[in-house]
Design a protein. Structure first.
Length: 99
């Protein structure tokens, strides 16, 4: 049950401020994460583990934590790129308890 979002977002839109476009991208990502978290987990699993990649393209995307995705999008935008590739894969996992 691995769910994924793989998408290339445009960082610029005619008549819109670049910062607002990036906010819209982050909003779409957050909506996806909330939707995935609402789904029922398979038997024996108690959480979802998110694996994220962000970059100029699929070939250059670097692995990031879910919390770092927004900052990574901003970093790509500062290079002057016209688009950003975002991949988020959600897979069921179990908690690891320290003893």
């Amino acid at each position: 049950m691995a769910l994924s979002m793989k998408k290339t977002f445009a960082l610029q839109a005619p008549g819109k401020d670049a910062a607002r476009v990036r906010d819209k991208i982050r909003q779409e990502i957050n909506t996806y994460v909330r939707r995935v978290r609402r789904k029922d987990l398979p038997e024996g699993f108690d959480l979802l583990e998110f694996t994220c990649k962000v970059g100029l393209s699929l070939a250059t995307a670097e692995t990031r934590s879910l919390k770092e995705v927004g900052a990574a999008i901003d970093s790509v935008a500062q290079t002057g790129a016209m688009e950003v590739y975002v991949e988020i894969v959600a897979a069921p996992g179990t908690r690891k308890f320290a003893r």
